[in-house]
Design a binder for this molecule. Sequence first.
Ligand code: S3P
Length: 432
Amino acid sequence: MKTIYRSFGLQGMITVPGDKSISHRAVMFGALADGVTTIHGFLKGADCLSTIDCFRKMGIQIEEKEDTIYVHGKGLHGLTAPTETLDVGNSGTTTRLISGILAGQDFTTTLSGDASLNSRPMKRIITPLSMMNADIKSEKGNGCAPLVIHGKPLTAIHYQSPVASAQVKSCVLLAGLYANGKTSVTEPSLSRDHTERMLRSFGADISSKGCTSTIAPPESLQGQHIEVPGDISSAAFFIAAALITPNSEVYIQNVGINPTRSGILKVCEDMGADITRKNVREEGGEPVADLMVRSSDLHGTVIEGSIIPTLIDELPVIALMACCAEGKTIIRDAHELHVKESDRIEIVSRNLSAMGADIIPTEDGFLINSRCDEHDIPILHGASIACAMDHRIAMTFAVAGMNADGETIITDSDCVDVSYPGFFSQLESISL
Ligand code: S3P
């Protein structure tokens, strides 16, 4: 449990933990490569530790020395059968990406996670993998994990995905490593492209055109050094906090700004935010920048269409910003929020309403109106927030609590460890 009080400004310079999506992929691709992959800036959050644990159980030696993770790859065909169920914890990325890899092995595995993970939809990967001739089943027949995968040779397909999901796309492309020809995926709009960028750096023949990515099964992958940039999805909480808390100036170093991830920056700019990108550079095939963020008078906006996949994980905290912005904000085309670590449309609306915000949940997003006092100060009041063990909800409401009267109590606050160990102390360290 954590109690949050109003902040009188955020001031300081911070670095946020490594990108979760990139950290998962670095371990997975390193395990399948020849030679050693070294990872600097790896996110030691519970989700990425689940990925490490799964690969250790399949015979991959993974060590940590000082700030670097060493993955001793055994090649595309070097994994060995685990002797127990692979525990994927709370991690959808581990589950969906690893399933693509496991479908092409010559052994059987079972994947299972916590209650939240085991209720998330897996049919979205069972369908394309089955089209590739994979043998993958939901143990309970409900389209969810536990998943039982009997590895076998796979058939190349072209998959027209009904959802813009990097987890689905990556699952199919990873199965494509083991298929009998070129495998491609077309999605309705472009989702994060870390798999494509990183597999290319490991030597895979992978190309992208518009919303289609194509992979040819490689002879081998080569171990790499991966510099993991700071996670923009974690930086998002500090960006939002600095923008909506008066008297704030926060400098966030080393943030990944891959265009398939940085929709939040575009939305903030549309809302009138004062954010300056500094030292824009490229590190290990990923664009990176430092961000200077200052308190701003935000105004409402419309968020819809192809930008949604580029900010999907940031929508809870964007909804909070919209409650503190002048006028009306409409967020639509975000059905996917229903099937994240919690039903984020329901839980964000319920908790923001409990704090006095004017927010209406819709089938695919939110309608939000500002509610300010006569001095234009947003009116939020403290409340008790249950976050359904969803890390991004806990962090969103910590930021909300810093802009509310009275006490905000986050009941299941430990779940921030999934993606951001040390979040609360870092937030407190720069709060006045
Ligand atoms: C992720 C993709 C997104 C995102 C998740 C991480 C990834 O999920 O919400 O936190 O690393 O590929 P979807 O692909 O299901 O949208």
